[in-house]
Design a binder for this molecule. Structure first.
Ligand SMILES: Cc1cc2nc3c(=O)[nH]c(=O)nc-3n(C[C@H](O)[C@H](O)[C@H](O)COP(=O)(O)OP(=O)(O)OC[C@H]3O[C@@H](n4cnc5c(N)ncnc54)[C@H](O)[C@@H]3O)c2cc1C
Length: 433
C-alpha cells in the first residue's frame, strides 16, 4: 500500500468513508496517530438523496464528494481506494485488493448493504438503490422504459413497462413513490406527449400495517393520504414472495405484472469476513457501549454496521440512519483524541440523542417528527429541504442542489433526464439501448 511505518505513532485504520467513518478521519489527532482511511469508492455518498438521482432530480455529483477533497489535514493521513475483504484479528491485519496492512487500532464503518432476505430471484431481478451506480441504473431504466413504451402498440407490454412497484414503505419507498408520481404528472406529458401517462402505475408495497414504521401514526397517515392523492396504489400487510422479472407475486395469491421492481425493503450490515457468529447480532457487529467489539480491544465499529448491545432504549440496535452514525463517529474520535483507550481512563458510554426523523412525499409535502413537535405539509417540506441541504458535504454541492430544486419548483421540470449509461437487464428483458 506504500504507507510508511511511524515508530512514534499508533496506526489507526478506518474502513469506510461514510457518515460515521468520515467524522473520525477528519478529526483524529495527527500528532498521536497515523490515520489511514480506506474506501472502495473515492467519494462519500449522501444516500438520503439517492432517490433524487434515480428520478432525474439531481445529478450524481451533487450528492457525492471526493474523499481526498474532504480531508484537508493531510499530515500523517493516507487515503487508499481499496476494497477490504478480510480482517485477520489475530495478526491485526486487513486484506484488500491492493495488498494488506497491519493496524494498532481498527475502526469498522462499512455501513450496510441491501437485504433481499435470501430471495435469489428478487436479488437477480429487482433493482436496489443503495449506491450512486445503482441510482443511475434506476434512472436509466425509468427513462428507457418510457422510450420503449413509446415504440410498442401492445397495451399489455406498454403497461408492464410503465408499471413501477416499490417494495418497502419506509422513508426511501415513500420518497421514491412520491417522486415517480410527480414524474407521471409533470414529465410524461411534457417529454412524451405521444405516451398516455395514464398507463403509468406506481405501487408501493409494505409488509406491515402502515407506512413509515419508525415515525408517528400521524405522519404515516399523512404520507398515506398524500401518496394516494398523487395516484400511488398502496398495499399494506403485503408480503412479497417472488419476482421473476415479469411478475411480482405476493401473499394471498396477488400479483402485479411489471418490468420494474425497486427493492427498498431493508438493509443489513456490510460485514467483512474474519469475525465469528458470536461477534455479530442481527447481521451487525456487536459492540459494547464504548463502541468496542466484544472480543477485540483494538477493534471498534460505528454507524450502520454496529449493534450496540445492552442498550435499553434500542434493544434492536440504533436506527440505521445518518444521525446515529455521525454521533457514534464523533463520540469515538473524542475518546481517541483524549487517549482514553490507551490509558484505560473512565469513559462515558455512548448515548444517542434522537432529534427526530423526517420524510418528503413530494412537492410541498413532507412529514417531520421531532421530539417537541410534529409537522406536515409545506413547512415540513421546507425544513426537510433545509436539513438535507446543510447536511450535504461541500459548498458546491449545496449550491447545485439548491439551484436545481428552485428551477424544478418553478418549472415543474426534472432537469437531468439523461440516459448517460444505458441499463441492461440481467436476464429477462434485453435493452434496446
Ligand atoms: C436510499 C437511502 C436513503 C436514505 N435516507 C436516509 C435519510 O433520509 N435520513 C437518514 O438519516 N438516513 C438515511 N439513509 C441511511 C443512511 O444513509 C445510513 O444510515 C448512513 O449512510 C450510515 O452511515 P455509515 O457511515 O454507517 O455507512 P455509509 O454511509 O453507508 O458508509 C459506508 C462506507 O463504507 C464503504 N465500504 C463498505 N464496505 C467496504 C469495504 N469492504 N471496503 C472498503 N470500503 C467499504 C462504502 O463505500 C461507504 O463509503 C438512507 C439510506 C439509503 C440507502
Amino acid at each position: 500500500m506504500n504507507i510508511p511505518t511511524e515508530k512514534n505513532l499508533k496506526r489507526v485504520i478506518i474502513i469506510g468513508a461514510g457518515f460515521a467513518g468520515l467524522q473520525v478521519a477528519k478529526k483524529l489527532r495527527r500528532d498521536k496517530y497515523q490515520v489511514i482511511l480506506i474506501d472502495k469508492n473515492n467519494y462519500h455518498t449522501f444516500q438520503p438523496l439517492l432517490y433524487q438521482v434515480a428520478t432525474a432530480g439531481l445529478e450524481p455529483d451533487s450528492i457525492a464528494h471526493s474523499i481526498r477533497n474532504i480531508i484537508k489535514k493531510t499530515k500523517n493521513f493516507f487515503f487508499r481506494l481499496a476494497n477490504v475483504h478480510y480482517i485477520n484479528t489475530n495478526k491485526r491485519k486487513i486484506y484488500t485488493n491492493i495488498g494488506n496492512i497491519f493496524y494498532d487500532y481498527l475502526i469498522i464503518a462499512t455501513g450496510s448493504v441491501t437485504n433481499y432476505f435470501g430471495n435469489k430471484n428478487i436479488k437477480l431481478n429487482a433493482l436496489p438503490m443503495k449506491s450512486i451506480p445503482e441510482a443511475l441504473n434506476l434512472r436509466s431504466l425509468i427513462l428507457q422504459d418510457f422510450e420503449s413504451a413509446l415504440l410498442t402498440n401492445k397495451i399489455k407490454e406498454k403497461k408492464k413497462l410503465m408499471t413501477f412497484v416499490i417494495v418497502g414503505g419506509g422513508p426511501t419507498g415513500v420518497e421514491l413513490a412520491g417522486a415517480l408520481a410527480e414524474m407521471k404528472k409533470y414529465v410524461i406529458p411534457n417529454d412524451y406527449p405521444n405516451l398516455d401517462h395514464n398507463y403509468m402505475k406506481i405501487h408501493l408495497l409494505q409488509a406491515s400495517t402502515r407506512l413509515l414504521d419508525g415515525m408517528s401514526i400521524k405522519s404515516a397517515e399523512h404520507a398515506y393520504k398524500s401518496l394516494k392523492s398523487l395516484g400511488v396504489s398502496i398495499w399494506l400487510n403485503c408480503l412479497v414472495k417472488d419476482y421473476n422479472g415479469e411478475v411480482i407475486s405476493m401473499d394471498k395469491n396477488k400479483y402485479i405484472e411489471t418490468s420494474n421492481v425497486i427493492w427498498a425493503a431493508g438493509v443489513k450490515g456490510a460485514l467483512i469476513k474474519g469475525f465469528l457468529t458470536k461477534d455479530m447480532k442481527k447481521n451487525r457487529l456487536l459492540v459494547n457501549s464504548y463502541l468496542r467489539t466484544i472480543r477485540y480491544k483494538n477493534i471498534f465499529a460505528i454507524g450502520d454496521i454496529a449493534f450496540v448491545k445492552e442498550n435499553e432504549n434500542y434493544p434492536n440496535g440504533h436506527p440505521m440512519t445518518a444521525p446515529p452514525a455521525i454521533q457514534q463517529g464523533n463520540y469515538l474520535v473524542n475518546n481517541f483524541n483524549k487517549l482514553l483507550f490507551d490509558n484505560s481512563k473512565i469513559m462515558k458510554p455512548f448515548i444517542y440523542n434522537n432529534f427526530g426523523s423526517m420524510a418528503t412525499i413530494g412537492r410541498n409535502k413532507a412529514v417531520c417528527d421531532f421530539s417537541f413537535i410534529k409537522l406536515k405539509g409545506f413547512l415540513a417540506w421546507i425544513i426537510w429541504m433545509f436539513v438535507h441541504l446543510v447536511s450535504l458535504v461541500g459548498f458546491r454541492n449545496r449550491v447545485i442542489a439548491l439551484t436545481n430544486w428552485i428551477i424544478q419548483y418553478f418549472h415543474y421540470n426534472k432537469s437531468v433526464r439523461l440516459i448517460i449509461r444505458p441499463f441492461y437487464r440481467k436476464k429477462y428483458l434485453k435493452s434496446r439501448f
